[in-house]
Design a protein around this ligand. Structure first.
Ligand SMILES: *Cc1c(COP(=O)(O)O)cnc(C)c1O
Length: 373
């Protein structure tokens, strides 16, 4: 075994998730959010799969991500940069043909200046802050823009967008308040298409404007915390047993000997650790599966390995090289995230570059089946 584990990425599951969101969001169009290397799955592979399904709008976070992605895509698919224009990056952004999300008056002024310098109109998205206090024009800058509309004269506004702070909590009244504020701001820009919803917003019972920005749901994460997850898993992660040992009762395992056996025990070591993005906080908390049997993590997660208590697994499943499921039919990204007290986004975006990766192509049957609720 050369790599510590094998990551299988099911592009047909991704495509099926896109189609589910498309049907759910219609008549709004679906934009694909492929920031952070497509949530860890590979921005180019994800983007090309989505485009194959009819997606015509892609979002990244950073200009560097756009610069890497745009040349790999068919011509004419806009790649929007959510974090906006970096100081000094204006000319490079225009040169690569990416579309910045303008998040401040300063960014609007700089993009206008870039357009003037090129004697051209330049495309952009305008983000307004409807209540999250993170990105986008705050109220005073919006007022300022409304009395100086000439600032936008050389800019082609594709969309006005905003972002929900509590989209994963459908019952939270903040969602409606943000929508109302967004509508009020957008009314000053008649005719410009609007986009508010991320995955959580898409699965709320509200209007969805002209475009949605789907991220985690495309990748199989649950759009809402406590509801059943309608999405298909897109990743499976399989390690193999590197070493097996039998140890007596009252024996410690791993750094700090934080796990102590209460009976004669079998311990299996797998070559995946926190350097692979498997959270260190899962020590003595998380689990893996061998032939469908839950095997708890025994002791701390090391940098490059994890020790599992496999005492309850029948012998025929235990041998060096035996497969160990970390993500798959019995355990999905939301369950690992819950054990680690984090969110599925973090589990996906930390998936190791050391894993050997294989892509299952779209257009075939999705193969990563979940048998968990
Ligand atoms: C990351 C991001 C999204 C996608 O969010 P998901 O919850 O993953 O669907 C949408 N819009 C903005 C502004 C984002 O930063």
């Amino acid at each position: 075994m050369i790599a510590g584990a094998h990551l299988t990425i099911d592009l047909e599951a991704l495509a099926a998730n896109y189609r589910l969101i498309r049907d759910r969001a219609a008549p709004a169009a679906v934009g694909g959010v492929v920031k952070a290397n497509g949530y860890g799955l590979g921005a180019v592979e994800v983007a090309l799969t989505l485009i194959g399904e009819g997606c015509r709008h892609l979002f990244v976070a950073l200009q560097g991500e756009a610069e890497a992605l745009v040349p790999e895509l068919p011509h004419g698919i806009p790649v929007y940069i959510l974090n906006g224009l970096l100081p000094g990056g204006d000319a490079a952004c225009a040169a690569v043909g990416a579309v910045p999300v303008l998040n401040s008056l300063d960014q609007i002024e700089r993009w206008s200046a870039e357009a003037s310098a090129r004697h051209a109109r330049l495309p952009a998205v305008l983000q307004v802050d409807s209540g999250m206090s993170r990105m986008g024009l705050p109220a005073d800058e919006i007022e300022h823009l409304l009395v100086r509309p000439e600032l936008l004269r050389s800019i082609d506004l594709h969309f006005i967008i905003s972002h929900l702070a509590c989209a994963d909590e459908p019952g939270n009244a903040i969602n409606g308040a943000q929508e109302t504020r967004f509508r009020a701001i957008a009314a000053h820009f008649p005719g410009v298409p609007l986009a508010l919803d991320n995955s959580g917003g898409i699965f709320q019972a509200r209007s969805r404007f002209d475009l949605v920005r789907a991220g985690i749901a495309l990748y199989g994460g649950a759009p809402h915390g406590n509801a059943p997850n309608p999405m298909q898993a897109t990743v499976a992660l399989e390690a193999h047993i590197a070493q097996l040992r039998t140890i007596p009762a009252e024996t410690g395992v791993g750094y700090g000997l934080t796990f102590k056996t209460t009976r004669e025990s079998r311990i299996a070591t797998i070559p995946v650790g926190y350097a692979d993005g498997w959270p260190r906080c899962l020590g003595n908390k998380g689990a893996a599966y061998i032939s469908g049997i839950r095997v708890p993590i025994a002791g701390r997660v090391s940098m490059d390995s994890i020790t599992l208590d496999v005492t309850d697994v029948p012998d025929e499943h235990l041998y060096p090289g035996a497969p160990v499921e970390l993500l798959g039919p019995h355990q999905n990204i939301d369950q690992v995230a819950a054990d680690a007290d984090t969110i599925s986004y973090e589990i996906l975006t930390q998936l190791s570059r050391r894993y050997e990766r294989a892509y299952l192509p779209a257009g075939t049957r999705a193969r990563i089946r979940s048998i968990t609720p």
